[in-house]
Design a protein around this ligand. Structure first.
Ligand code: PLP
Length: 428
């Protein structure tokens, strides 16, 4: 039998860090990753045959559980007709219509192959449409690995961006302004000083990349107003929240209409898919309808579209999100009770299908500064204590947990049973 350790040794020889996406490497929690051999429902099995209850869900797409028969069969049917055509296909049209029907702010949509492509394309479009160059993003939000986003706030009053990765040109980073999330005053000040230079403000309406931070009451509406007042586009990055926190995403949940939205994860059903879309007059600027260039050999791939459409059919069923919300509450209430029983200070944020566990004394966690001040060492002990008991949480204190509809009451009960012991272990 091949072991996880052997595979990781081989992987490290031929793949940077042994992984094809950094967070998989367990660097922040320590130890070595396991290699998944198969997945079904709420479970993963590694190559050694160990089973884990999975709260990562492939980082978001697996909202109906792994290997759902409807999605798998849709893919199997599509594969029989060929893998890629390089011409338009009917499924792309059905997908565009489905997204527009579910998310009313998206009148016109372009399919791409990842969330990163969606956000990169959306800001090019915003720049081309407005004729402005600066973009605004938020500390702790992640929008993929495009150069413009791998930037943190500098120290000057204007907070000219500083690259967070070698290879990102300083000249490009200068165009990215970074604000603290949930701090309206900071946004108002920035727009008062530089509003007419800003092409777009991009935000995760619920921030899932600094654990799970919800917007304060009225915050998103105030950002909407600021953008409108200053002629900047508001981009909701719903790669994580889309079709999850509500069928229509965070924009439906909070009742805000962005100019552009980006999607990924769930709309691909587990296949590599992203999308960006929004108001017709803006989207009509994208080639070949307009002059702003963006393209993709495999975009709108028929197999990926089949998977995504099958997934959308499942999440569109009545009651789906009410059920998912109930499960999210059940598991987070269970975590809260188990932590209290073990005497571990824990704050929890949750919204339908997503949650964040914060090892902190604070009653509420609403900012990046608070999220990063949490006790990472205790989280890491908790993570490993859960893994040893067959529960896989995201291997980082700064990633959201994902609940799927396959997390039944029994699965959740087993999770909480493990958590009661794991909190005790983590506390010592
Ligand atoms: N935007 C958000 C909010 C994300 O969470 C992610 C990935 O986790 C991305 C964009 C990038 O998506 P991808 O990893 O598909 O490129």
């Amino acid at each position: 039998m091949t072991t996880n350790h052997e595979l990781f040794q081989r992987a490290q020889a031929r793949i940077p860090g042994g992984v094809n996406s950094p967070v998989r490497a367990f660097k922040s929690v320590g130890g070595e990753p396991f290699f998944t051999a198969r997945a079904d429902g709420a479970y993963l099995w590694d190559v050694e045959g160990t089973r884990y209850i999975d709260y990562v869900g492939s980082w978001g797409p697996m909202i109906v559980g792994h290997n759902h028969p409807s999605v798998r069969e849709a893919v199997e049917r599509a594969v029989r007709d060929g893998l890629s055509f390089g011409t338009p296909c009917a499924a792309e049209v059905t997908m565009a219509e489905a997204i527009a029907a579910i998310v009313p702010s998206v009148e016109v949509v372009r399919m791409v192959n990842s969330g990163t492509e969606a956000t990169m394309s959306a800001i090019r479009l915003a720049r081309g449409y407005t004729g402005r160059q600066r973009i605004v993003k938020f500390e702790g939000c992640y929008h993929g690995h495009g150069d413009a986003f791998l930037v943190k706030a500098g120290s000057g009053a204007l907070t000219l961006g500083v690259p967070t990765s070698p290879g990102v040109p300083k000249a490009l980073a200068d165009l990215t302004l970074t604000l603290p999330y949930n701090d309206l005053g900071a946004a108002q000040q920035l727009f008062a000083e530089h509003g007419d230079e800003i092409a777009a403000l991009i935000i995760e309406p619920v921030a899932g990349n600094m654990n799970c931070i919800l917007p304060r009451d009225g915050y998103l509406a105030a950002l909407r107003e600021l953008c409108t007042k200053h002629g900047a586009l508001l981009i909701f990055d719903e790669v994580m929240t889309g079709f999850r926190v509500a069928l229509g995403g965070a924009q439906a949940h909070y009742g805000i209409t962005p100019d552009l939205s980006t999607f990924g994860k769930i709309i691909g059903g587990g296949m590599p898919v992203g999308a960006y879309g929004g108001r017709r007059e803006i989207m009509q600027q994208v080639a070949p309808a307009g002059p702003i260039y963006q393209a993709g050999t495999l975009s709108g791939n028929p197999v990926a579209m089949a998977a995504g459409l099958a997934m959308l059919d499942l999440v569109r069923t009545p009651d789906f999100h009410a059920q998912l919300d109930r499960r999210t509450r059940l598991v987070t209430d269970g975590f809260a009770a188990a932590a209290a029983e073990a005497g571990v200070p824990l704050a929890i944020n949750r919204i339908c299908g997503m949650f964040g566990l914060f090892f902190t004394d604070a009653a509420k966690v609403e900012t990046y500064a608070q999220a990063t001040a949490c006790d990472v060492a205790t989280f890491n002990r908790f993570f490993h204590a859960m893994l040893a008991r067959g529960v896989y949480l995201a291997p980082s204190a700064f990633e959201a947990g994902f609940v799927s509809i396959a997390h039944t009451d029994e699965v959740i009960a087993a999770t909480i049973e493990a958590a009661r012991a794991a909190f005790r272990d983590a506390a010592t």
